[in-house]
Design a protein around this ligand. Structure first.
Ligand code: VG1
Ligand code: CO
Length: 549
């Protein structure tokens, strides 16, 4: 029986960089989740309702995933959807959800994930709405959802029993056909179209070794099917491949701190195993990729540039790229490739939702972020496993090591030395004060010389979407120098405790004798300048960043 349940609005449900993320305890309390889900439906419901429409549903398997899915199933049915496609065991990686939405002409999807945030009962939970193009809702929609959360008074649900998420097949819930689907099938079919699986099978048959760390998160099933079953990589290629609600007690953020074991292995510091040819890892919901060659970490910004320069080696991109895009704090390495290729390069605010219009309009084929996200027009999300397949395709075609390819790239284009320093869980007030202080101190520096460089740009980045003209302001404080160096400050929009300050530092080097420095050394003078300008130690008490990438 359908139920209409009264509720009252709950404050603070404003979606951030990528959906709404809160502590599990907050999400699981009372009608919190239901209020948000109802608000999404209220915000996106067409005049004719959801009759005949399909909704895609799945998550990254973290704590509270299964319970949340049952709640959403009942609410989607009561709100009038005709059909629900739910990943078996409640699993759908973010890129796979995007793929399923597109493959089945769905109205949209709800993805249950807090992505790279910690999981488990004390960790984080999250939810985001993706539209019919398969991409994260643009700000126009997330603003509308937020407005609805402040005015939600009735929850539509049912009193039906839980759907068995482990068994493939269709279960009716009220008038809605709830179909539990294989979460890998559509995605695998798409990857087969984009890449030459025979060439990749030959690569592995020739003894190529990949270490893929799924971090006990959602990519395990995808990576096992694709790398081990389809491409013949030996068993054990995929590590930590079983999704766990607590991610095995680890933090599913593929960076050098949380993927330390993989990094040690690739640097040849694991006494039990020789370094493989390629090391890769993904995050909680499978949209990020970490790439490490034998003895060489590839920064995500460099990886984006390298993929852009070599994408034509994979069948899907043989015709070349229409254009590329990167988020503002991502290094300008890809800009150099775009200039060489004679294609446009767009600079967007942080967060995948800003790439959607460019992809839909066919203006770009490839895009990425410094935070280990890379993707293309095959879906409307960043895609970790796809990025590894593209890297493998390039390695197979060129027959060189990761290090050789990277070094040749730097020799041709020069190197954008790059680092990101994260200060996590700073008290929110202090972080705001620090940003306010910077907002006041930076503008008068225009035209001055700092660290031997002339300050040529100071602003708070604003973006005008070239497709729909929408404007997004306050996307990060930028300090640019005449020689192309940059420092960017912004506060994270994905955290759930306090505030995280991200400082992005970049410098371009063309001198062929100075391409192999340690980035922290190569950027030392700019890093010292950051300390002086931002007064991080004085304002936060922090002596060093929590994470350096
Ligand atoms: C971070 C990254 C951003 C990324 C976002 C979602 O956002 O910086 O580039 O798009 O996470 O990634 P923020 O606001 O914390 O800097 V994921 O893998 O959490 O969906
Ligand atoms: Co993610």
């Amino acid at each position: 029986m359908k139920l209409s349940l009264p509720t009252t609005p709950i404050a603070g449900m404003k979606p951030g960089t990528s959906g709404l993320r809160k502590k599990v305890a907050e999400f699981a309390a009372g009608p919190y989740l239901a209020n948000f889900v109802q608000s999404v439906f209220d915000a996106v419901r067409p005049a004719e309702g959801f009759a005949g429409q399909t909704l895609v549903l799945g998550g990254d398997g973290r704590h509270f995933n299964r319970e949340a899915i049952q709640t959403v199933i009942r609410m989607a049915a009561a709100n009038g959807f005709a059909r629900l496609l739910v990943g078996q065991h409640g699993i759908l990686s973010t890129p796979a959800a995007s793929c399923v939405i597109r493959a089945h002409g769905a109205f949209g999807g709800l993805i249950l994930s807090a992505s790279h945030n910690p999981g488990g009962p004390d960790g984080d939970f999250g939810i985001k709405f993706n539209a019919a193009n398969g991409g994260p809702a643009p700000e126009r929609i997330t603003d509308a959802i937020y407005a609805c959360t402040q005015d939600v008074h009735t929850l539509h649900s049912t009193d039906t029993a839980d759907v068995d998420l482990d068994r493939l097949g269709v279960t009716p819930v009220e008038d809605c056909a709830v179909e539990v689907i294989d979460p890998v099938a559509d995605y695998l079919a798409l990857m087969r179209k984009l890449f030459d699986f025979d060439a990749l099978r030959a690569l592995f048959a020739g003894g190529f070794r990949l270490a893929f760390d799924a971090m006990h998160a959602v990519t395990g099933p995808y990576a096992q099917v694709i790398f081990e079953r389809e491409l013949g990589a030996p068993a054990g290629t995929v590590r930590n491949g079983t999704p766990r609600p607590d991610f095995g007690g680890q933090h599913p953020d593929p960076n050098l701190v949380h993927a330390k074991a993989l990094h040690e292995l690739m640097m040849g510091r694991d006494p039990t195993e020789a370094a493989p040819d390629l090391g890769a890892a993904s995050d909680g919901d499978g949209d990020r990729n970490l790439i490490i060659g034998r003895g060489l970490f590839v920064s995500p910004s460099d990886s984006l540039a390298l993929l852009a320069a070599n994408a034509h080696l994979a069948p899907a991109y043989r015709q070349g790229l229409a254009g590329v895009a990167r988020s503002m704090p991502t290094s300008a390495a890809v800009d150099r490739v775009a200039a060489q290729l004679g294609i446009p390069c767009y600079e967007t605010p942080t967060g995948w939702k800003f790439f959607g219009n460019l992809l839909d309009a066919g203006r770009i084929t490839l895009c990425g972020e410094e935070s280990a996200g890379t993707g293309s027009d095959h879906v409307r999300e960043k895609d970790g496993v796809w990025a590894v397949l593209l890297w493998l395709s390039i390695l197979a075609a060129r027959g060189q090591s990761v290090a050789q390819i990277v070094h040749e790239h730097w020799a041709q284009y020069g190197r954008n030395y790059y680092t990101r320093h994260d200060y996590e869980e700073i008290e929110a007030d202090r972080a705001q004060a620090l940003m306010r202080g910077l907002g006041e101190r930076l503008p008068p520096l225009l035209g001055h010389t700092l660290a031997g460089r002339r300050v040529s740009l100071v602003d708070d980045f604003a973006y005008t979407d070239p497709v729909d003209g929408s404007v997004s302001r306050h996307q990060g404080l930028r300090l640019g120098f005449g020689d192309g160096s940059r420092i960017v400050f912004r506060l994270s929009g994905t955290g759930t405790a306090g505030a995280t300050l991200r400082v992005y530092i970049e410098r371009y080097e063309a001198d062929p004798t100075r391409l192999l420095l340690d980035p922290q050394q190569a950027l030392a003078d700019l890093i010292a300048l950051v300390a002086e300008l931002a007064q991080i130690r004085e304002q936060t008490g922090r002596l060093a960043p929590d994470v350096i990438t």
